[in-house]
Design a binder for this molecule. Structure first.
Ligand code: ATP
Length: 464
């Protein structure tokens, strides 16, 4: 593991690798980019899809007490009145009177831990702080609403004003009664969804850590009041276990409890699962006890009854909600950072490039964008036809790549760099024995496997 001093470089390396190998590109790059947006390239799209699938599998598919939905991004404006976002979803903003740059006052007070370079000391009051860019004087703090406003229909007036959702959670709350009526679920149960959210962040940055358009994977778990604290502990533990089970090093994860003053208006308790990012510890996954705040608010503003009646006891109550809320892009960044390893001098001793630094992306096989690479030792027949046959039989079930260019060592390194867990080499014995050599990315061990066993073998190794 790289130590903390060398980690700032790690971010640059990940950004460079992401661009070079097609994980992530700056958004609208040919026009010079736009407001810290990023586009997922071919490998990034696969990685992100695998992260979402892993989450959906463990939070929804494997559990019989959680269902998934997919609600609209644009919701009735009353939603945001009920949720408190219209009034209170703000960040404290200050401007520099000199260079006109804008900052989040709370980040300036948190100093370097919030990614503010040069702010080693934690100032007590924003009045003590000067612009970290030019040293200029800062304006007074004012509250800035983070919601993106737009207009529904052809008339741009206040009556038509709507917002892009800043969290996916509200789409779940407004469908609470629908899901109850159309499923056989009983409290305790959860509703999950993943999708885009939008926040007009004052200072986006740190690559895909904080962007204005991002994805979330959220689950609202509805429980009987009085059992909320127990369930909170359960989901808190789940969050840590999920990342560790997908290969993230435990020493790079920790819990951070929110102080009373830090709690959102709806929260009784919030704990963040934090990751040790190159600039310091920062939130990855938040777990909040949202109490009955949201359901009661929506009931009040919509006039609909959103209480739950227990079919066995006949008891009626408004459930409490425990919410684990994870950012998909932050999860992708975490997996990339944690999996990245450079090996000075290289691991391959049999090729010409012994002295090169080798990069290995030790992604969990279930997350790896490419599960196996098919590498014929020769471009000629009969190896080429056999290698094609193997590719065709695996494609559709697994994401695979065919590569017949360059030395075998170079091809291995190309795959190591993008995290491919298995390389399948078709050699000169393959036409006779119908066996191939399967190389493991992490151990570099090689095993001779019959072609017919490749499909089941891969299915077993890359599943979760
Ligand atoms: P922060 O304090 O970093 O602004 P938050 O506490 O406002 O985050 P939540 O509202 O709890 O975040 O959102 C749940 C999750 O969504 C976060 O843990 C994070 O993973 C993700 N997330 C929130 N804002 C962003 C963003 N601007 N870009 C990318 N991911 C985000």
């Amino acid at each position: 593991m790289a130590d903390i001093e060398t980690r700032p470089e790690l971010m640059e390396k990940i950004v460079a690798l992401a661009k070079r190998r097609g994980f992530l590109y700056p958004g609208s790059e040919i026009y010079g980019g736009v407001g810290s947006t990023y586009d997922y390239g071919p490998l990034g799209a696969l990685l992100k899809m695998n992260v979402k699938q892993a989450w959906w599998k463990s939070v929804v598919e494997r559990r019989d007490d959680v269902v998934g939905i997919d609600s609209a991004i644009i919701m009735h404006p009353k939603t945001w009145e009920a949720s408190g976002h219209l009034q209170g979803f703000t960040d404290p903003l200050v401007d520099c009177k000199g260079c006109r740059k804008r900052f989040r006052a709370d980040h300036l007070l948190e100093g370097e831990s919030a990614g503010m370079p040069g702010l080693k000391e934690r100032p007590k009051d924003i009045k003590e702080v000067r612009c970290p860019e030019c040293g200029g004087e800062l304006t007074d703090v004012r509250q800035f609403n983070l919601m993106f406003k737009t207009f529904m229909g052809p008339v741009e007036d206040e009556a038509a004003a709507t917002y892009l959702r800043p969290e996916t959670a509200q789409g779940i709350f407004v469908n609470f009664a629908n899901v109850l009526q159309t499923s056989r679920l009983r409290v305790p149960f959860g509703i999950a969804q993943m999708g885009k959210s939008f926040r007009n962040e004052i200072t986006p940055g740190n690559f895909i850590f904080r962007t204005r358009e991002f994805e979330q994977m959220e689950m609202e778990y509805f429980v009987k009041p009085g059992t909320d604290e127990e369930w909170f502990e359960f989901w808190k533990g789940f969050m840590m276990d999920w990342f560790v089970s997908l290969g993230v090093k435990e020493e790079n994860l920790r819990f951070q409890e929110h102080d009373k003053e830090e709690l959102s208006h709806y929260s009784k308790r919030t704990v963040d699962l934090e990751y040790r990012f190159p600039w310091g510890w920062a939130e990855l996954w938040g777990c909040a006890n949202r109490t009955d705040f949201d359901l009661k608010q929506h009931a009040a503003l919509s006039g609909k009854d959103l209480s739950y009646r227990d079919p066995v006891t006949g008891e009626s109550y408004v459930p409490y909600v425990v919410e684990p809320a994870l950012g998909t892009d932050r999860a992708v960044l975490t997996f990339l950072l944690d999996a990245y390893e450079e090996i000075e001098g290289g691991r391959t001793t049999t090729t010409e490039s012994v002295k090169e630094v080798e990069t290995v992306l030790r992604l969990h096989p279930a997350l790896a964008p490419v599960k196996a690479a098919i590498l014929p030792l020769s471009k000629k027949e009969p190896l080429a036809a056999l290698a094609r046959e193997i590719r065709d039989s695996l494609a559709g079930r697994h994401s695979v790549q065919y590569d017949d260019t360059g030395s075998i060592g170079r091809r291995y390194r190309r795959q190591d760099e993008i995290g491919t867990p298995y390389c399948i080499t078709v050699d000169f014995d393959t036409p006779q024995d119908r066996k191939v050599t399967v190389r493991d990315r992490d151990t570099m061990e090689q095993e001779r496997v019959p072609i017919d066993d490749l499909g089941p073998m891969l299915a077993e190794k890359v599943g979760i």
